[in-house]
Design a protein around this ligand. Structure first.
Ligand SMILES: [Zn+2]
Length: 86
């Protein structure tokens, strides 16, 4: 957004269905914006919780802390696990 003759971040989200980044990626976003001197919020304005289902391998967006796979009904882990190296 343009605000008083300078640019600021109005909204920022980790919603990327390609990378499925953890909400902990905020620190990298904050660093990048601070480095270029752009005002920013104190965290994601829209946080998305991604998990990969250990049973069927599908990517899920966890809604309302319901850690259950929408594809097969299996439990999803509490910690982020969408890293392709795993
Ligand atoms: Zn599943």
């Amino acid at each position: 957004m343009r605000e008083a003759e300078r640019w600021t971040v109005g909204e920022v989200s980790n919603q990327s269905t390609g990378y499925c980044p953890d909400v902990a990626s905020w620190s990298a976003v904050a660093h990048a914006l601070d480095d270029v001197g752009i005002e920013r919020p104190y965290g994601f304005t829209h946080e998305v919780v991604f998990r990969r289902c250990p049973a069927c391998q599908e990517h899920n967006i966890v809604r309302e802390d319901d850690f259950v796979c929408v594809f097969c009904g299996s439990d999803l882990p509490e910690t982020w696990n969408v890293d392709p190296i795993q």
